[in-house]
Design a protein around this ligand. Structure first.
Ligand code: 5RP
Ligand code: MG
Length: 223
């Protein structure tokens, strides 16, 4: 099983607050996420500036497209993003147009799976060509006390990956959560607050990489 990548989500209200932890953690990060909150507060300038500072990193703009897919995707790709996100509640025509724009820019699309998504939709997105999905534990569910990753999440990751998806895991992921995913084919772990709010973001990101390495190298030895 391939070792998962680590993505740092920057959901801050302004760019300086995002850049400080990013500069520290960057050597340990595979993908930079310009979070929804930062996209809304600073617009695509946040993507533009982060791209100029990190020309070689993969950047996701977590713009959570629900409508006007072609326009929003074009804005994000032209600002320097490699990937954009689409919510599972978007019409499949929206997902399709976003995927087309991504292809034109050499980019990619992640579908964020929220409550109510269906396996029929998952099959349709694969037909469109989309092969990245995010299993996301919502902040709102977390605030209501849903703290552990459910076995239903693990089953969904397995089944999605059998359909050809590369599956990302997000939503208050902590370093202690990683071992629970042993034997689960995760493509990317996203961590936001666990790294950003740590006293030492570089050390926190390094801890994540170590936990991923440990979990998945044990997995490889047992396979
Ligand atoms: C929130 C998001 C966040 O980017 C994602 O949840 C990662 O951040 P955190 O680890 O702080 O939850 O998309 O809706
Ligand atoms: Mg996000």
């Amino acid at each position: 099983m391939r070792k998962p990548l680590l993505q740092l989500a920057l959901d801050t209200h302004d760019l300086p607050s995002a850049l400080a932890p990013l500069q520290q953690a960057a050597p340990h990060i595979d993908i930079i996420e310009v979070g929804t909150i930062l996209c809304l507060s600073e617009g695509m300038d946040a993507v533009r500036i982060i791209r100029s500072l990190f020309p070689d990193k993969t950047i996701l703009a977590d713009v959570r497209i629900a409508e006007a897919g072609g326009i929003i995707a074009k804005m994000a790709f032209e600002a320097g993003s490699d990937w954009v996100s689409v919510v599972s509640g978007a019409a499949s025509s929206t997902a399709e147009v976003v995927y087309d724009v991504a292809q034109q820019h050499g980019g990619d699309v992640q579908i964020e799976l929220s409550e109510g998504w269906t396996w029929n939709q998952a099959a349709r997105w694969r037909e469109i060509g989309i092969d990245q999905a995010i299993i996301h534990r919502s902040r709102d569910a977390e605030a209501q006390g849903e703290l552990a990753w459910a076995s239903a999440d693990m089953d969904n990751i397995r089944r999605l990956s059998e359909m050809g998806y590369r599956v990302t895991v997000a939503g208050s992921v902590r370093v202690d959560d990683i071992p629970a995913f042993a034997s689960i084919p995760v493509y990317i772990f996203i961590a936001g607050r666990s790294i950003r709010n740590a006293p030492d973001p570089a050390a926190a990101a390094a801890d994540f990489q170590e936990a991923i390495q440990r979990t998945y190298s044990v997995e490889r030895r047992e396979a």
